[in-house]
Write a protein that binds this ligand. Structure first.
Ligand SMILES: Nc1ncnc2c1ncn2[C@@H]1O[C@H](COP(=O)(O)OP(=O)(O)OP(=O)(O)O)[C@@H](O)[C@H]1O
Length: 238
């Protein structure tokens, strides 16, 4: 196991008194894009929220290398190198694009802030021209770019993206997908939740399929594409 592998071991999560994850186990590798697929209510969001510290776990563990992330706050998980891009391209609407980006630079000092902005604008040049605009006035696609740039600025080892393409135009989705591919080429591990399975399987090398709080497939995207029954079954199992 690489020291940078995320290992999820027998994770159990309960929400509203109901068990929604029934002891799931899987691993995520650095430099690879993994996708987590499944029908509405299968448990994808619960999984990523548990990974990022946003909801508590009943039992089991999440580790990055030898370091146990289970029980840490979302901020502490982010500081250990796991950045989350939540569903719905959320930004701080009353703040400028630039200030939205700067709040995500973890290091102190003017040089780190300057470098951070330069990195964000290198990934998404379209944000530079809008740096002084209120983030709330951006289009949905531009907000998603800000949300993804915020994750990049934390210099993560892993990025978890919940619903990449939701409500966005295909041209924007292509830009966001390219940024994720480049991130993986840079060694960042990516976990992608995506409603369009074809898009997700085109980007990811590794796929996980969930059904009613359980992992029912863990293997290569190529294998999953060759076995369409698994995906069809999972999307019908609600
Ligand atoms: N806040 C909550 N309180 C209680 N139960 C919840 C809560 N949010 C989700 N659930 C339940 O947890 C289970 C898993 O839902 P989850 O949102 O993780 O699935 P999902 O695969 O992400 O689906 P979707 O794509 O619809 O978000 C479902 O049975 C759902 O009803």
């Amino acid at each position: 196991m690489s020291k940078d592998t995320i290992t999820v071991d027998n994770l159990v999560v309960e929400r509203g008194g109901k068990r929604v994850l029934h002891g799931i186990s899987f691993a995520l590798q650095p430099g690879a894009i993994s996708t987590l697929l499944g029908a509405n209510g299968a448990g994808k969001s619960s999984t990523v929220m548990a990974l990022s510290g946003a909801i508590p776990t009943a039992s089991g563990s999440v580790s990055l290398g030898d370091f146990r992330l289970t029980g840490l706050s979302p901020d502490a998980v982010r500081r250990r190198g796991v950045a989350m891009v939540p569903e719905g391209h959320r930004v701080l609407g009353q703040m400028s694009v630039e200030d939205n980006l700067l709040v995500s630079v973890l290091e102190r000092g003017a040089a780190a802030r300057r470098d951070g902005l330069a990195r964000a604008f290198a990934i998404f040049p379209e944000l530079e021209a809008r740096r002084h605009q209120l983030a709330g006035d951006l289009s949905g696609g531009q907000k998603q770019m800000v949300a993804m740039a915020q994750a990049f600025l934390a210099k993560p080892r892993f990025m978890i993206v919940d619903e990449l393409s939701l409500g966005l135009a295909p041209a924007i989705v292509k830009r966001l997908a390219e940024a994720l591919t480049l991130a993986a080429q840079d060694g960042i591990g990516v976990l992608l939740i995506e409603q369009f399975a074809n898009l997700a399987l085109g980007l990811a090398s590794h796929a996980l399929v969930m059904e009613r709080g359980r992992i029912v497939f863990d293997g290569s995207s190529q294998t999953l594409r060759q076995q369409p029954d698994i995906l069809h079954g999972a999307y019908l199992a609600v």
